[in-house]
Design a protein around this ligand. Structure first.
Ligand code: HEC
Length: 101
């Protein structure tokens, strides 16, 4: 029973930390529906790309590319609209979060 409580406390502590990290909240509210909360969802909605496993630097370059209109595939319009609304700080926070998925 005591062990269970300790595990529970650790989970709660991590949950709270995650909720406060900007990138996580932003990702969960704006990106997860298409890319999956764990970044591993690959479907028509995600344009057939998988975010999980990509480095923060790659994600940042791609998001900045969508924002600048210099990166993308067949469905880039979807992401250009998304990236256009993000500040460079938000892109950096999101990249950090996705890089750690
Ligand atoms: C409406 C669904 C949708 C939402 C919401 C969405 N995406 Fe995407 N995402 C896509 C599609 C579709 C593509 C493929 C676009 C293309 O063809 O270039 C994509 C591609 C990407 C890529 C490029 C991956 C690669 O390897 O080329 C990144 C990075 C990305 N999305 C991050 C995000 C982030 C961060 C958010 C939240 C701010 C987000 N997406 C929200 C649909 C979505």
């Amino acid at each position: 029973m005591k062990k269970l409580l300790i595990v529970l406390a650790i989970c709660l502590a991590f949950g709270v930390t995650a909720a406060f990290a900007d990138g996580t909240a932003l990702y969960d509210s704006k990106c997860a529906k298409c890319h999956g909360q764990d970044g591993a969802k690959v479907s028509g909605m995600s344009g057939g790309v998988m975010l999980k496993g990509q480095s923060a630097a790659d994600i940042q370059t791609k998001l900045l590319g969508y924002k600048a209109g210099s990166y993308g595939g067949d469905k880039k319009k979807t992401m250009m609209r998304m990236a256009d609304k993000l500040t460079e700080q938000e892109i950096s926070d999101l990249a950090d979060h996705i890089g750690g998925l």
